[in-house]
Design a protein around this ligand. Structure first.
Ligand code: NAP
Length: 387
């Protein structure tokens, strides 16, 4: 444990480094509680804090009504915090009638936020440096903490031997003026947060976020398909590494970070121990009583037939080339700061229940995954090829 003097020195160094754009600013640290004790740098001390943290905080959420947002709002309300939402008033407007809602467009109109103050801000809806620059400029003097939801996609090259938060981010060989794709734009958005908040920077980089309410269907496809039974095509090799985060685990981590006044940059990949593709599908099978078998089909065989993992089957990647360690992101810093993971069986069961309720609700089309006719055709071709 650092003394208060050592701690203040550490934060001061981090602030100076941030101002200079130095890598050491990316090291996780924690601020002293208001009027309380110094707390350790999250990157230096593996044991999570069990102190209760700040109670009854006022929290502004930029977004809040999409997928992650509602889970965070519910958890924050359960924890006794006071929530304000800021969005355009278009998505899921029926949610949270008891919560204060401010209306505006973060691309151009933040007037509803002017003259206000919050203990913490959670930025869930920032994708570009323009958007994030606007909100950071306005809110850096109006809040103690600003948690920015970034993404694993800031690492465009997943070949570092340790894929922790210090692994290189952003594309190489492309001028920053062309960093407009999702991951590169998030790198620039992260920079806007660091420039505005310096040593107070708090950024989380989730992988694919799964669980009830995930309309991307990247994970949901698997519980749904496995529960349907029969011969299931699974891409790649049974040993391929798979990572994801349940939306409720992420939400709980967010509120924990704010309550603990943590600062730093955190990966947030689960599960807590390495998981192979075989463990994933057999783990999901354990929650159904369907008669099911798995046929593993080579990545290249699928790619040659136009079934690219980023499109039809995007939940994990072949562990080679620039995706070598895509499924091996190191989240030990986040775990030390309090990130925890539900068991796969719980995530799969809850997601399947949600998916079934969605199907029961009427017309419904999965957004990702193979349709059954394509799957059957590919399985037949694979067998014909001797697979
Ligand atoms: N899903 C994943 O697997 C995944 C993985 C990694 C990171 N992420 C990150 O997660 C975040 C998105 O999560 P989410 O959609 O679940 O968030 P959310 O907070 O639940 O929903 C998005 C919110 O943004 C609001 N919004 C959209 N455009 C806006 C604008 N121009 N001005 C003001 N408000 C606006 C929407 O409301 P209105 O439409 O009413 O404005 C909505 O409330 C993103 O930062 C994304 O990069 C997601």
């Amino acid at each position: 444990m650092k003394t208060r003097r050592e701690f203040i020195g550490h934060v001061g160094i981090a602030a100076g480094a941030a101002a200079l754009g130095l890598g050491s600013a990316r090291r996780a640290a924690a601020r002293p509680d208001r009027g309380g004790d110094a707390r350790p740098a999250a990157g230096d001390h593996p044991a999570p804090s069990h102190s209760p943290g700040q109670q009854g905080m006022s929290i502004l959420i930029l977004g809040g009504t999409g997928f992650i947002g509602p889970h965070v709002v519910r958890h924050a309300l359960d924890r006794g915090h006071e929530i304000t939402l800021f969005n355009r008033g278009r998505t899921n407007t029926h949610l949270f009638p008891e919560v204060e809602k401010l209306v505006g467009d973060r691309n151009s109109d933040l007037t509803a936020l002017e003259g206000r103050r919050w203990d913490a801000v959670l930025d869930n809806s920032g994708y570009t440096p323009h958007q994030v620059g606007l909100s950071v400029d306005l809110l850096k003097g109006a809040t103690d903490q600003y948690l920015f939801t970034s993404t694993r996609a800031v690492y465009t090259d997943f070949t570092a031997s340790v894929m922790d938060e210090d692994a290189p981010i952003g594309p190489t060989g492309l001028p920053e003026s062309e960093w407009t794709a999702y991951g590169p734009a998030k790198v620039l958005a992260e920079r806007a947060v660091e420039e505005g908040f310096g040593a107070r920077t708090l950024i989380v980089r989730p992988p694919v976020i799964v669980g009830p309410g995930d309309r991307s269907d990247r994970f949901t496809y698997w519980p749904g398909r496995i529960d349907a039974g029969g011969d299931v095509l699974v891409q790649g090799d049974p040993t391929d590494p798979v990572q994801f985060i349940d939306v409720r685990d992420l939400s709980e981590f967010y509120i924990h970070l704010l309550e603990q006044q943590t600062v730093g940059i955190f990966n947030s990949t689960g599960p807590g121990a390495p998981l192979s593709a075989a463990e994933l599908v057999y783990g999901i099978r354990a929650i159904t009583s369907s008669a099911v078998s798995f046929t593993w089909v080579d990545w290249d065989f699928l790619a040659e037939r136009g079934q690219m993992p980023q499109q039809q089957l995007p939940f994990w990647q072949p562990p080679r080339g620039r995706y070598l360690n895509y499924g091996r992101i190191d989240s030990s810093r986040g775990i030390a700061a309090g990130l925890t993971f539900r068991p796969l069986a719980v995530i799969a069961k809850d997601t399947l229940d949600w998916h079934r309720s969605r199907e029961a609700g009427g017309e419904f089309q999965l957004r990702t995954g193979l349709d059954r006719a394509t799957e059957a055709r590919l399985l037949a071709e694979w067998r014909e090829a001797g697979g």
